[in-house]
Design a protein around this ligand. Structure first.
Ligand SMILES: *Cc1c(COP(=O)(O)O)cnc(C)c1O
Length: 456
């Protein structure tokens, strides 16, 4: 059969809000043209993020009831630990309440002011956590990784030559760890090949630098390896995951992604020393070592989530749901980062609205307009999220100006996807009418979450 179906049926339904254009215009104004500030009862389809927006399975909901709320030594923790170890093979698994908490705790142990962390592309919270302590996050994507129109299998890869050059430039003694983000979220949700993970490990090992994976979407990355990388077509997703993690010394994860749950995260490491220090800091920052800021019942749901996410039928549905949306909008001419990622479609705002300069936030303008006409919420990943200023106050734009349509796991049906496509295509048809924007207020870190904007 050619038709891709959702590999689940619906047992409980959740009401969604249908609004008028007038209501949405008022809501946008009230939110200072920042979709992050919209109330969710003004949103029809929410593509702000795939983080913690997953629909849990009936097995996960049932497991919540089995949560053992013991403060220390909870049986639920041991189920979680076993499930994560089965996939990653790491010696130590330390739970956290979400991904950035795992980063904060790990960096409090391995990073310091002035230290350099190379990554294929740091996600915004990873970058924010490092900058917060005065460390220097360095992005080393490949050249094709930052060219939205180029179609290639593994555009999320680390640039190995740039990695070697960076180690020589900064000195291995100033690089406490190297990281690879799978899949490369800020780089367009693009996967990283097994060969690239292996080569990165080889280079880092030469200099005695451990490799940590930011593994939020490890299962989606594994599915891309299975379907795109020679030699992996007959391996199971679990086998591929085990091999990916075998090259790493540790990992941080937001389990709100491929943990198939609404909250959670972990630090994995093979280092007894790092684990011991992380556990000490965890108690101060997150909670005791067998719950890390989570309700123990959440660990039950995660233990099952980690089993469900490596199901190939689920991953095939997941990847094809995104691909079909990408195919529909690109057929109408909408420029996107090619090929489609699994967890999101990224509109290329530079080509979508070439009349708006990066410093006037073309992505934000597109995101606001998509919401205005349809109630579909998306998010800017470009100058607003990553833009910087030089000492003269001039705008320094990131490599790409994107609008991310993140797809929550197991939440939206085919007709929802058709509605999203219609909205995007409609905005594209009227793209000359999109207006430039400017900031009226911004916070010191991670400004896109709370900033205020207006049309110029
Ligand atoms: C979501 C995400 C994080 C941060 O996780 P939170 O759970 O949102 O704190 C870190 N890295 C990547 C690649 C992510 O996608």
């Amino acid at each position: 059969m050619k038709t891709h179906i959702e590999p689940f049926k619906i047992k409980t339904v959740e009401h969604i809000y249908i609004t008028t254009q007038e209501e949405r215009e008022a809501a946008l104004k009230e939110a200072f043209y920042n979709p992050f500030a919209l109330r969710s009862d003004k949103i029809t389809i929410d593509l702000l993020t795939d983080s913690g927006t997953t629909a849990m399975s009936s097995k996960q909901w049932a497991a919540l009831m089995d949560g053992d709320e013991a403060y220390a030594g909870s049986v639920s923790y041991y189920k979680f630990e076993e499930a994560v170890k089965k996939i990653t093979g790491f010696k130590h698994i330390i739970p956290t309440h979400q991904g950035r908490a795992a980063e904060k705790v790990l960096f409090s142990v391995v990073a310091k002011e002035g230290k350099v962390i190379p990554n294929n592309t740091h996600f915004d919270t990873t970058r924010g956590n490092l900058e917060f302590i005065g460390a220097n996050p360095v992005d080393l994507p490949t050249d094709i990784g930052v060219q939205p129109e180029v179609i290639a299998d593994f555009k999320g890869n680390m640039d190995i030559e740039k990695l070697e050059a960076a180690i020589k430039k900064y000195g291995a003694e100033n690089i406490p760890i190297g990281m690879i983000t799978i899949t490369n979220n800020s780089g367009g949700g693009q996967p990283v090949s097994m060969a690239n993970i292996r080569e990165t490990k080889e280079v880092l090992s030469k200099y005695g630098i451990p490799l940590y994976l930011d593994c939020c979407r490890f299962a989606e990355n594994a599915y891309f390896i299975k379907t795109r990388e020679k030699g992996y077509e007959n391996k199971s997703i679990l086998e591929i995951c085990r091999e990916m993690f075998s090259y790493a010394d540790g990992a941080t994860m937001s389990a709100k992604k491929d943990g198939m749950s609404n909250t959670g995260g972990f630090i994995g490491t093979n280092s007894d020393q790092v684990a011991e220090k992380c556990r000490t800091n965890l108690i101060v920052m997150e909670g005791f070592v067998t719950y890390g800021g989570l309700a123990r019942r959440d660990l039950e749901a995660l233990a099952i989530g980690f089993e469900e996410v490596v199901d190939e039928n689920y991953l095939r549905y997941r990847v094809n749901q995104s691909k079909e949306l990408a195919d529909t909008i690109t057929a109408a001419g909408v420029p996107i980062v090619m090929p489609a990622g699994a967890h999101a479609i990224y509109i290329d705002a530079k080509r979508f609205a070439p009349h708006i300069k990066p410093e006037h936030f073309p992505g934000q303008s597109i995101a606001c307009e998509i919401y205005r006409i349809s109630g579909v919420r998306t998010t800017e990943i470009g100058s607003l999220m990553f833009g910087k200023k030089d000492k003269d106050g001039n705008h320094i734009a990131p490599n790409m100006e994107l609008v991310r349509l993140a797809i929550p796991r197991r939440v939206y049906t085919k007709s929802h996807m058709e509605y999203i496509a219609e909205a995007v295509i409609e905005v594209y048809k009227n793209r000359e009418k999109l207006r430039p924007m400017r900031l009226t207020w911004e916070a010191e870190y991670l400004r896109h979450f709370t900033c205020r904007c207006e049309y110029i």
